[in-house]
Design a protein around this ligand. Structure first.
Ligand code: 5GP
Length: 118
């Protein structure tokens, strides 16, 4: 069985978070450590640890994350200027919470897609 993360508790309302959207498939809440004026995490309610664990049966849930992202980008007023969606996977991807999630970042120019190594 998949180990539960803090995101599962946020989805169930057991610990506080600034939830901006929720339906039966997905929950979206503001990142506790925002990297841009808008930094929202969009999370499928059914936990999938990483992108490596995705299967065909997840297609509807994961496609829905984009629908929510587009709606939230409009609500946040960043749709026209643009934004970035990120899904990190495992160590090299920088994933720290093992409940797959999409970052919605915007509200300022976000620069290069990937930082150059120093
Ligand atoms: P990852 O690196 O796994 O893609 O991103 C996890 C994100 O979750 C990080 O940006 C981190 O700031 C955020 N985060 C971790 N714990 C919490 C929490 O308890 N509440 C909220 N709102 N965000 C969290």
């Amino acid at each position: 069985m998949t180990e539960e993360t803090i995101f599962a508790k946020i989805i169930r309302g057991e610990i506080p978070a600034d939830i901006v959207y929720q339906d039966d498939r997905a929950t979206a809440f503001r990142d506790i450590s925002p990297q841009a004026p808008t930094h929202i995490l969009i999370v499928p309610n059914n936990p999938i640890p990483t992108v490596n664990d995705v299967s065909e049966q997840d297609e509807a849930d994961l496609g829905h994350l984009f629908v929510v992202a587009a709606e939230l980008a409009k609500q946040e007023g960043i749709a026209e200027d643009g934004f970035r969606l990120i899904v990190n996977c495992n160590r090299d991807g920088g994933q720290i919470v093992f409940h797959l999630h999409m970052h919605l970042l915007g509200g300022r120019p976000l620069g290069r897609m990937v930082a150059r190594p120093k």
